[in-house]
Design a protein around this ligand. Structure first.
Ligand code: SF4
Length: 170
C-alpha cells in the first residue's frame, strides 16, 4: 500500500480516476479546464436518476477534502448510481477509489453500483489486488496530468458520445 505521504501527494478527484479508464485524452482536457461535460444530457440524466431513484433510502452524502463526493447508504455501504453500464470498468475503478480513500481515513466499507434504468446492482469489494489497481491508476493519472500536450488522438468506441467530440474530431 502507498504510505500516507505518497497518497496525500497523488490523491485526486473521483471523476479524474473515472476518466482515466474512459480516455486518457479526456482526462487531460478535463484537467486543463475544458469542462464541456456538464452540458451533456447523459450526465444530467445520471444526476437526475441519482437524486430520484431511491428516495426512501437512508442516505448521507459525504464530501471529503473537496475531492470525492460519496453517497453512504446504511452503515456499511457506499453507492454510486449510474445511467448505464457502458463505462462499467470506469465506474468500478471510481468506486474502488472511494473505498480506498475511505480506508486511508480508517473507514472500511463495501461498494454498490446501481444501474436503476437496467434494474441492476453490482457489489464492489476492495481486495488487495483492487488496492494495487487503484494505486496504479492514481500514479497513471499523475503521469497524464503532467504531460505538456494532450495524449495522442485515438478513435474510441465512446468518441461519438463524448462531450469533447467536436474538440477532438470537429
Ligand atoms: S472524443 Fe474520443 S478521443 Fe476525444 S476525449 Fe472524447 S473519447 Fe477521448
Amino acid at each position: 500500500m502507498l504510505d500516507t505521504v505518497d497518497f496525500q501527494s497523488i490523491k485526486t478527484t473521483g471523476i479524474k480516476v473515472n476518466y482515466l479508464y474512459v480516455c486518457e485524452r479526456k482526462l487531460w482536457l478535463f484537467d486543463r479546464g475544458i469542462q464541456m461535460e456538464s452540458k451533456s444530457d447523459k450526465v444530467l440524466m445520471g444526476k437526475l436518476i441519482g437524486e430520484s431513484s431511491y428516495p426512501r433510502e437512508q442516505k448521507r452524502e459525504m464530501l471529503i477534502d473537496n475531492l470525492i463526493n460519496i453517497d453512504i447508504v446504511g452503515d456499511d455501504e457506499v453507492r454510486e448510481v449510474k445511467y448505464s453500464n457502458r463505462m462499467h470498468h470506469a465506474d468500478r475503478i471510481q468506486l474502488l477509489y472511494y473505498l480506498y480513500y475511505l480506508k486511508q481515513l480508517g473507514i472500511e466499507k463495501r461498494g454498490i453500483i446501481n444501474y436503476p434504468k437496467m434494474r441492476k446492482r453490482e457489489e464492489v469489494v476492495l481486495t488487495p489486488e483492487a488496492e494495487r489497481e487503484v494505486e496504479n491508476a492514481l500514479m497513471r493519472v499523475q503521469e497524464i496530468l503532467n504531460l505538456d500536450k494532450p495524449p495522442q488522438l485515438q478513435r474510441k468506441l465512446y468518441c461519438s458520445k463524448c462531450a469533447y467530440y467536436e474538440f477532438c474530431w470537429g
